[in-house]
Design a binder for this molecule. Sequence first.
Ligand SMILES: C[S@@+](CC[C@H](N)C(=O)[O-])C[C@H]1O[C@@H](n2cnc3c(N)ncnc32)[C@H](O)[C@@H]1O
Length: 240
Amino acid sequence: MAHPADTPRHPVWSMFDRIAHRYDLLNRLLSFGRDVAWRKQIARHLPPGTALRVLDLATGTADVLLENSRRTGRIAWGVGVDPSAGMLSFGRKKLRESALSGKHALVRGDAAQLGLQSEIFDAVTIAFGIRNVDDPSAGLREMCRVLKPGGRALVLEFSLPANALFRGVYLFYFRHVLPRIGGIISGDPAAYRYLNKTVEAFPYGDAFCRLMREAGFAQAEALPLTFGIATLYIGEKAGE
Ligand SMILES: C[S@@+](CC[C@H](N)C(=O)[O-])C[C@H]1O[C@@H](n2cnc3c(N)ncnc32)[C@H](O)[C@@H]1O
């Protein structure tokens, strides 16, 4: 796997190192706890079967691995990948405290160049991470490559509400309120301005499903959550 320590520090990875100590608190606060409900949807849509092998990209502080393990007893083992050493150190602490560290390993790496063997995972997940990858299509191709035939990718990402009124209220909060609170609590105003700028520029809905199919997924569908503030994308790799 391409090791982030071998390359010059990427500004986004350094940004996550700086906000890691406040990341979980701000997620709960700024989403009014919805982020927890959204991650539960990933666990609900894991593929059928037992002894699942799962890969969680942009794993950050390991909330997706933790939520999946708590919600289902069907996970044999998991690997979390993230380039930010700061985020991973909080993730490792949480795994130790939940007694799940024997089941899951967290490693530094870039979702766009995994360097892992092909066709080894039943499910690949990524929550609020694909938007941060420099080349999201390369990240999606890697996800498809490391999935077993018939495996499933679950991509959770912010999107924009379809209803014009709700969208207006949401954008006001997202552009003006959230960056201020995030900046004050994290001590890094730029990080929370980055959030709304990248979300507003990122493809969502049908456009993102198209990217998934172009990356090799046989099927891709979008499941809007909380009026479309977030969307869960489900990509199926063709079976044998
Ligand atoms: C918003 S956080 C999401 C963390 C976690 N998945 C969650 O649900 O809370 C985004 C994460 O993407 C990671 N990231 C940034 N660039 C990445 C890349 N090229 N490959 C993998 N992860 C990346 C960051 O370090 C950060 O931990």
